[in-house]
Structure formats: structure tokens, C-alpha cells
Write a protein that binds this ligand. Structure first.
Ligand code: DHB
Ligand code: FE
Length: 300
């Protein structure tokens, strides 16, 4: 049996960094994601209703009991589970685990009857208060030699009746060409590839960025070990994260993917929906690609 809690998939992955180069590790991004979650408003607003806790936890445990009986789970397997759960906490990977394998269903239930643009999971790497660009246009902060094809992402924000929402906030964040998110991986400028563009009087926005690469969730921590032990893969398709909001409207938290991209059909986080796939076209001057995507926000 595989010891999924402690077995090293890649013995080189945790070697001491050479020189002063700090490496992106599951433990570092996990710790940052855990810290970020603790500081967000929703995390403190837990409403503990005894009857609800009783129902949900009893059903969860009953499902686990059924699995143990049905599959004749052994003490060795029980201990492997215990060791792995302990290690998920030690690695700070609870935000990662939950956002990859559970959040998509919570999102589905939460937004089931919402009109307008489709949402999907937020994931663990959102940071509020990114640099703001008014007047409908902005370029996400990036390094002079930022990798990836330049991408112009533009569109319009309206309400469900088609009326323009001027002053709406379009927040975008995404991984760089190496699949790394600023503030969760070392050596990246604080706000790299994160920004908020405020729509103009017509509800329009234009965001200049670069096209991200497919993203692999960290493979050198507990989630990576689970993936290897189960024979799965760790990939998410390349994606842009967005939050679109306006006063008096429901905020949409979503992601957009790229037509024909790797893993659009087998996202490890199960967060792709047909409405969320972009098909950018080359710009006339050959400098990159552009795509138009409009957002429709439901009433609160
Ligand atoms: C994870 C990362 C993402 O970029 C994302 O969108 C969803 C989940 C993760 O590593 O858990
Ligand atoms: Fe992401």
C-alpha cells in the first residue's frame, strides 16, 4: 500500500533551495492561502445552528460509515487516512483541498437560481483591493518581461434588463506563464497580474493582460500525494479569475477558460462550464489576441 501522507513523489522537490532563489512550494502557497482565508470576512461569519450541524455532520459520518462497510476498509487504510488528514493541515492545504474538490458543488447550489452571468469557484488565491483603474481601461501590473501572449479582454457590464452598469468593478487575477499567483509564490511583485477596472459611462471595460498557461495545483504537498496515489492528474485549464460587482447587484465570481486549451475537458477542480469558454482572435496588428465577454448582473 502507498503511504500517501509522507511518500515523496519527487525527491528533488523539497531539496533545499540553491543560492538565494526561493522556490514555490506547496507548504509556502498553502500557508499563504490559509492565512488569506483566515483574514476574509466570510470565514468569521459562521452561523452555528445546532439542528443544521446535527443533520449535516450526521449525514457526512453516515456516508463515511457506509463506505467503510461497503469497501471493507482496513486499519491500515484508516491509519493512512488519519496520517494524510493530519498532513493536509500541516501543509496548510485545507483551502486547496476544499476549493479543488468541494467548492464547485457549493457554488452550484449557491447560484442555482441566479439570473445573468454564470459563476464558478473562487479558488484559494483571491486578494481584495487590487490596484484600481478608472475610466474603463487598465493594464494589469506585470513585469517588463512578463511571459505569455498579450491579451485584450474587453466587454460590457449590464443588469438583467440590458441597462449599462457604469462604475461596476471588474476585478481580475490570474497565474503567470509559469502557473504562479502573486502573493502565493515567492519572487513576484505584490500585485502582479491582479487589478480592478471600473467600467465607463457605457458600462464598458478594457483590460490588458497576458494569456495565462494551464495551471498545476501544487504536487509536492498532501493534495499532490493524494493525486499520485489515486492515479489522477493535477491540472487545471488556463484560466482568468474574475469578480464583477456593482451597487445593488449580485456579485459574480467566475473564471474564463480558452477554447481548445489543455484540460478544459478534465479540470481537476471541475469548475469549467460551457458558458465560460473564450475564443480569442489575433489582433489586427499581430501584437497578441483579443476577446469580448459581457457580464450580466442579477438584482440582489
Ligand atoms: C486552486 C487553484 C486555482 O487557481 C483555482 O482556480 C482553484 C483551485 C487550488 O490550487 O486549489
Ligand atoms: Fe486559479
Amino acid at each position: 500500500m502507498t503511504d500517501i501522507a509522507t511518500e515523496q513523489q519527487d525527491p528533488g522537490a523539497e531539496a533545499a533551495p540553491t543560492g538565494t532563489e526561493e522556490q514555490a512550494t506547496a507548504a509556502a502557497s498553502g500557508a499563504a492561502a490559509t492565512e488569506r482565508f483566515r483574514s476574509k470576512e466570510r470565514a468569521g461569519a459562521v452561523d452555528v445552528d445546532t439542528a443544521r450541524v446535527n443533520t449535516l455532520v450526521t449525514e457526512l459520518l453516515t456516508a463515511a460509515h457506509d463506505i467503510v462497510r461497503r469497501h471493507q476498509v482496513t486499519y491500515a487504510e484508516y491509519d493512512a487516512l488519519k496520517a494524510w488528514l493530519i498532513q493536509v493541515g500541516a501543509d496548510g492545504e485545507w483551502p486547496l483541498f476544499l476549493d479543488v474538490w468541494l467548492e464547485h458543488v457549493v457554488e452550484e447550489v449557491a447560484n442555482d437560481d441566479r439570473l445573468g452571468s454564470k459563476g464558478t469557484i473562487e479558488g484559494p488565491y483571491y486578494v481584495p483591493d487590487s490596484p484600481r483603474f478608472t475610466g474603463g481601461e487598465g493594464a494589469l501590473p506585470m513585469r517588463a518581461d512578463e511571459g505569455g501572449t498579450p491579451l485584450l479582454f474587453q466587454g460590457r457590464v449590464t443588469d438583467v434588463d440590458g441597462a449599462a452598469l457604469a462604475g461596476a468593478e471588474v476585478e481580475m487575477w490570474h497565474a503567470d506563464d509559469d502557473g504562479l499567483y502573486s502573493q502565493f509564490a515567492p519572487n513576484l511583485p505584490q500585485w502582479n497580474l491582479r487589478g480592478t477596472v471600473v467600467t465607463d459611462a457605457q458600462g464598458c471595460f478594457r483590460i490588458h493582460t497576458v494569456q495565462p498557461a494551464p495551471y498545476q495545483i501544487p504536487t509536492d504537498g498532501s493534495c499532490g500525494r493524494l493525486i499520485a496515489a489515486a492515479g489522477w492528474h493535477a491540472w487545471r485549464p488556463a484560466h482568468l479569475h474574475l469578480k464583477v460587482s456593482a451597487p445593488g447587484r449580485q456579485r459574480v465570481t467566475t473564471q474564463l477558460y480558452f477554447k481548445g486549451g489543455s484540460h478544459v475537458a478534465d479540470d481537476v477542480a471541475s469548475a469549467v462550464k460551457p458558458e465560460l469558454i473564450l475564443d480569442p482572435t489575433p489582433t489586427a496588428d499581430g501584437s497578441g489576441s483579443e476577446v469580448t465577454y459581457d457580464f450580466v448582473l442579477d438584482r440582489v
